[in-house]
Write a protein that binds this ligand. Structure first.
Ligand code: DNO
Length: 392
């Protein structure tokens, strides 16, 4: 597997030198300064690539070229945004970067309620707490009809939870949920999120899926033509939030989208932590079934709870079989080699990491994207890869 590392660009306090020290060979980054929907200019892409290559690294994956909400909703200027997206794909291909991750999540990208969940060893993890989310959705945001989406037991826990929270805690919870986490798309205030939600509720799951398929019909032919491998990221978490339609949450969702456009350019980012937050997603089986279309992997583990809550566990801890998953992905690489495919090595990145050591109190750490936590994760994963390679 190709070890990569997510870098948020020149403003990231984790530098390219740090990435070299961590031992990763590839960089995963995006042009975060380009507004969603605008064309990525070739000069900006080449400049970013130059910075990366200057350090002896390669720009392995773009995460992400975000898809504008108008495309997801097929409204407003969506035709223009589709043309812009195609131009961006042509430009990244011309610059020689040819794996593009994206997502089709409505309104909110990845979502957590607690960014400082204390673990028994005094490090901290990211957590999604269903009670807190329901408390925000039903009693703070007061989304119309929200109570119907939660069972009565959870609602009374959510009410009690809200009553026990101080104003600062409510503000922090709101910020975590709607202001956008690093690399996420969309940052809202309370009014803004209310209206964004209303737009999507109208189209429902079928509308959302057909808009995704229409997007694929538009962009996959261009990806084919210029040699770009697109790989959609899973919904995180992989279930509906705010009553919104989610269409990349299960193996069945993935099957439908890969079948819709059978080209190899229409691929998947297998995000172990996102899909793995549902007990009915068998990651090893998914890696085997979708292997030939997996262009990028996020390796991270989660510990699930009965009500849908979860927290980010150690990379080799948690509820998912990380060793089995890596083994299945390495078998896929072997299959590609035997087949003579050009893209044998699958890029993986250690996804998220705990807060440890000095970073527990540092002000500039991007939630989930600490240096030491990710380095620990990468080192553990590297150990698994080496051990498996020795026995395969
Ligand atoms: C969170 C990430 C997401 C992901 C985007 C992909 O850590 O996995 O921000 O990059 O959803 O488009």
């Amino acid at each position: 597997m190709l070890e990569t590392w997510r870098w948020f660009g020149p403003d990231d306090y984790v530098s390219l030198d740090n990435i070299v020290q961590a031992g990763a060979k590839g960089v995963v980054t995006s042009l975060h300064h380009i507004a969603t929907g605008d064309v990525w200019p070739l000069e900006d892409i080449l400049e970013r690539k130059r910075l990366i290559e200057e350090k002896g690294l390669e720009w392995s994956v773009i995460e992400s070229i975000p898809v504008h909400n108008d495309i997801k909703l097929q409204k407003g200027s969506y035709k223009e945004y589709i043309e812009n997206y195609k131009s961006s794909l042509r430009n990244v291909a011309q610059a020689g970067v040819n794996i593009v991750c994206y997502n089709f999540m409505p309104v909110v990208d990845w979502t957590r309620t607690n960014l400082n969940y204390d673990l028994p060893n005094k490090s901290q993890a990211l957590r999604f707490e269903m009670t807190d989310f329901a408390a925000y959705d039903v009693y703070v945001l007061q989304r119309p009809g929200a109570e119907q989406d939660y069972d009565p037991g959870l609602l009374s826990k959510a009410k009690a939870r809200l009553d026990s929270m101080g104003e600062d805690e409510v503000d922090a919870l709101e910020k975590n949920i709607i202001a956008g986490l690093p690399g996420g798309e969309g940052s809202y205030d309370r009014e803004g999120i209310r209206s964004a939600i209303a737009d999507y509720i109208e189209i429902g799951v079928e509308g959302m899926r057909s808009n995704l398929f229409a997007f694929l019909d538009d962009v996959i032919p261009v990806a084919d033509e210029v040699g770009v491998l697109m790989c959609i990221h899973a919904d995180d978490p992989p279930f509906s939030l705010f009553g919104l339609p989610r269409v990349v949450s299960t193996a069945e969702d993935v099957r439908a989208l890969l079948d819709h456009s059978p080209s190899v350019s229409n691929g998947l980012t297998l995000c172990a932590g996102s899909f793995g937050a549902r007990g009915d997603n068998d990651l090893v089986a998914m890696a085997r079934e979708f292997g030939s279309k997996i262009h990028f992997v996020h390796l991270r583990n989660v510990t699930r709870e009965e009500d849908g809550s979860f927290y980010e566990a150690e990379h080799l801890g948690g509820d998912n079989d990380m060793v089995g998953l890596i083994s299945a992905l390495m078998d896929e690489e072997k299959r590609r080699f035997d087949e003579g495919r050009g893209d044998i090595q699958i890029p993986m990145r250690p996804d998220h990491g705990h807060l440890l050591g000095d970073e527990l109190t540092a002000a500039n750490v991007n939630p989930g994207y600490s240096f030491m936590g990710r380095m620990k994760g990468l080192a553990e994963l590297r150990g698994v890869i080496h051990a498996l390679a020795a026995t395969k």
